[in-house]
Design a protein around this ligand. Structure first.
Ligand code: GL7
Length: 837
């Protein structure tokens, strides 16, 4: 490429080519320049928001230089690339991460201080990029960090929602949703108006024979919407590799608005098309693990898949390689079933637009895709109605029917005795109306299917995909246990702990190879180390206590045991079990003599998490938590022995304050329901212990840290079905302690009991699907053990230090290396040394 540009021009470009700041003075010069010229502010009207903007722009420049370089290197070397398709990326804030990943935070901190600002205040000005609901979206964000850190040539593809996950306000103890318009100042994105793709919806399919007698399908007469690319740089830690996250924004294809209508006075109609197009990428659906079959959601999925595939195919075609090389150049990972439409879309591109034969195309498709399953909850398995498909994507429905016909034919030949199997595994469910089962399509169109923790990966093979294991053999199914990025979840969230570890390990290499943490186990008896470790935990608790006071007006004692459950509100995650346990504790303390009360281990129970706006039961649990807090926190008998806090609007940046402050965190889902969980890993990595069920990654955490260092309780997943059955068909025994809790709720001390009756009845009358009653006693007993264990602070400290040292396995770097080797078959591409070509 370079050779085509004449030498004098090249020399001029090179001479003036942007370069990154290296010193504190150069950093300050960049910040001041941005504040004065880019933002048109001055010394006299520079507030914290402007200081943030100036700092972000200075760092953005740095990232862009490396980003351009990385993309040039990738274009030149043209290696196999990974494309991670995820409808959610829960990125959180970018500035702190950028500073730490490029290793310039200390310099920037001093620079900001010269200019009169505290770095923490500057960082706090940034709004979270909250384009996700929960664990699934945060996992995608951790993966991007690892992919860049490990130098994999990788892109993320998603939608540029105008509104991310709603902001949660608690008003009189109820959740209220407020829109999250996060784009009014976002320095991290670059619009690429030159990268605009036409996306078609609706229309019809015309079939004809061409001269050679081949049948050709043309999808035509549809509506066209434009997809405009917005790019965000993703810096790796301690490497120059800076990857790309491409977000698609929808826009009317006819330009701004219809001038004929406008000129004839139909002002509203003239902008209607524009608005309808822009609606596609307007809002993130706020449901965590629930599918609702809305047309707009299917439109979002197709819009995003089609734009991303167009982009990927265009990049491949530039290399002029033969089509059979496509799977050697491209690995596409489907993050859950949301991007499953990419499968028929690639098949359509290959057969309808590129003229390949069906079989050749299909073999390319299957080799290209991998599918990650993130849940076995039946309500979360996506299905779309056939009539809706027929209307919106007529050609894709035909292709899906063809895929299914060929697949069923194969099944029929191989399992002639099992006639029922055809109905069970068909992509089309024979219901009224018929439905397209997206998970089956994803399995059929991919070469590997993985679950996200060992138990979960075993479960999908024996439940939802059982027949497919018979059909394809067990090797198609595999496990990649989730992980978290230690950059954000240790170094950024808990800088003092990171520094302490670095002081013992001789540097920060452990952030690139987390298994090195095992070396701190040697310091478990080192007096100084222990003292520092404990002090850091205390300081983190003080920070959360301060936050709680400032934001919620509740005083909590940082010496109390901090018990934290923060995650999306969901019946299967069982925040109700936790709050019933808190009520039980409250009743116990109330019944004690003043003497006995002196022996009680003081506690603060923190809760946090959003409920999907339409999820009434989850909202009821939030309300109960708030009401219990009102009563307990104002009860003079109780004082510091028990406090209950609902932390409003839990999100990534708040997690960075909350996670390092736990003594105990709760991961108490009904066994077999939480595919992995990832906050469990974050809490332990930050020196907290877990109370948990034998579910998801809790099991592997136990294996790594040792049974003595985790508090497990509750029934096992293999017993869940029988217990559920027994609730209906034999007498239902409500645990007596739980029964007492329910009586207390019914008494009205937490407000009108009527509002909680459905919650209580779901257990006492409607079969207790989540086994709250079955697990209640062992839950309470385990909390007793925790109280006792916590009183012995030295042993507790040993447990926490030991656990941290054994968390190396849970880095998302390990996870990404496993995907790369087992599923993607891609290699890292090391960036050239600084100043290299
Ligand atoms: C989830 C699982 O519920 C969660 O256990 C897992 O850790 C996460 C990432 O693999 O994926 N599946 C899902 O649908 N959501 C999740 O968070 C929303």
């Amino acid at each position: 490429v370079e050779a085509s540009i004449p030498e004098p021009q090249r020399a001029a470009w090179k001479k003036f080519s942007a370069s990154e700041f290296k010193t504190k003075d150069e950093f300050e010069a960049e910040v001041v320049r941005h504040i004065e010229t880019t933002l048109a502010r001055s010394l006299f009207n520079c507030d914290e928001a402007a200081a943030y903007a100036g700092t972000a722009l200075a760092f953005r420049d740095r990232l862009v230089i490396e980003w351009n370089r990385t993309q040039q290197q990738h274009t030149y070397a043209d290696p196999k690339r990974v494309y991670y398709l995820s409808l959610e990326f829960l990125m959180g804030r970018a500035l702190d991460n950028a500073m730490l990943n490029v290793g310039m935070k200390d310099i920037a901190k001093e620079g900001m201080s010269d200019l009169g600002f505290r770095m923490e205040d500057v960082i706090a000005q940034e709004r979270d990029a909250a384009l996700g609901n929960g664990g699934l979206g945060r996992l995608a964000a951790c993966f991007l960090d690892s992919l860049a850190t490990l130098n994999y040539p990788a892109w993320g593809y998603a939608l540029r929602y105008k509104y991310g996950i709603f902001k949660q306000e608690i008003v009189n103890g109820y959740q209220v949703e407020v829109p999250d318009y996060w784009l009014d100042f976002n320095p991290w994105e670059f619009p690429r108006h030159d990268v605009t793709v036409d996306i078609q919806f609706y229309g019809n399919v015309r079939k004809y024979m061409d001269e050679s007698g081949k049948q050709v399908s043309v999808w035509e007469n549809g509506e066209i919407v434009n997809a405009v690319a917005y790019d965000a740089p993703i810096p790796g830690f301690g490497t120059r590799t800076t990857n790309n996250l491409r977000l698609w924004s929808s826009k009317a294809s006819k330009g701004e608005f219809d001038f004929t209508k406008f000129n004839s006075g139909e002002y509203e109609a003239s902008v209607a098309d524009q608005q309808s197009a822009e609606t596609i990428s307007a809002v993130l659906y706020p449901n965590d693990s629930l599918e609702r079959g809305k047309e707009l959601r299917l439109k979002q999925q197709y819009f995003w898949c089609a734009a991303s595939l167009f982009d990927i195919v265009r990049r491949f075609k530039k290399s002029k390689k033969a089509w059979k090389e496509f799977p050697n150049q491209v690995a596409i990972q489907l993050n859950d079933t949301h991007p499953t439409l990419a499968i028929p879309e690639l098949q359509r591109i290959l057969i309808d637009l590129e003229g390949l034969e069906w079989d050749e195309a299909w073999s390319i498709v299957q080799k290209t895709f991998g599918y990650t399953n993130h849940t076995v909850l039946p309500e979360a398995l996506e299905k779309w109605s056939v009539p809706l498909f027929q209307h919106l994507l007529p050609r894709h429905l035909q292709i899906i029917y063809d895929i299914n016909a060929i697949f069923l034919h194969y099944v029929e030949r191989n399992f002639p005795k099992d006639r029922e199997m055809l109905g069970r595994v068909s992509v089309i469910e024979e219901s009224q109306p018929k439905m397209v089962r997206m998970a089956y399509l994803a399995v059929i169109g991919s070469h590997k299917v993985n679950g996200v923790a060992e138990l979960h990966s075993d479960l999908i093979k024996t439940t939802i995909f059982k027949d497919f294991v018979k059909i394809y053999g067990p090797d198609k199914f595999t496990n990649v246990t989730n992980g978290i990025t230690p950059r954000r979840w240790l170094h950024q969230a808990n800088p003092r702990l990171s520094e302490l570890i670095a002081s013992k390990l001789g540097g920060y290499e452990f952030l690139r190879d987390l298994t090195l943490l095992h070396k701190i186990e040697a310091y478990v008896d080192d007096k100084d180390f222990r003292k520092n470790f404990q002090e850091i935990k205390y300081a983190n608790k003080v920070r959360l206590a301060k936050y709680t006071k400032e934001v919620h007006g509740i005083s909590v004692n940082p010496s109390a045991l901090f018990d934290i459950q923060v995650k999306r509100m969901h019946e299967y995650k069982r925040q109700q079990l936790n709050i019933f346990g808190v009520i039980h504790r409250y009743l116990e303390i109330k019944a004690m003599s003043p003497e006995d009360r002196k022996k009680v281990q003081p506690r603060v129970s923190f809760f946090g998490g959003k409920a999907a706006p339409g999820y009434w039961m989850a909202k009821t649990v939030i309300h109960l938590i708030c009401q219990v807090g009102e009563v307990v926190n104002n009860d003079k008998d109780i004082g510091d022995l028990l406090k209950v806090v609902f932390l409003e609007d839990y999100n990534v940046s708040k997690a960075e304050i909350i996670v390092p402050a736990s003594d105990i965190s709760e991961h108490i889902s009904t066994a077999g329901t939480e595919a992995s969980g990832t906050s469990n890993m974050k809490f332990v990595l930050n020196g907290g212990l877990v109370i948990g069920t034998c579910d998801g990654a809790n099991i592997e955490i136990t294996r790594e840290v040792g049974e003595d260092n985790i508090f497990l309780f509750g029934v096992l997943s293999e017993d869940v079905e029988d217990l559920r059955h027994a609730h209906f068909y034999s007498e239902f025994n409500l645990d007596p302690m739980l029964s007492h809790v329910f009586e207390t709720i019914r008494s009205g001390i937490f407000g009108d009991a009527g509002q909680f009756s459905a919650l209580v009845n779901s257990i006492v009358e409607h079969g207790d699907y989540y086994l709250v009653s079955d697990d209640f006693k062992s839950y309470i007993d385990t909390h007793k053990l925790i109280d006792e264990a916590y009183k012995d602070q030295e042993t507790w400290l040993t447990k926490t230090i030991t656990s941290v040292s054994r968390m190396g396995f849970f880095s998302s770097d390990r996870c990404i290396d496993e995907y790369a080797e087992m599923i993607w078959n891609v290699e890292p591409l090391t960036p050239p040394k600084q100043n290299g070509a």
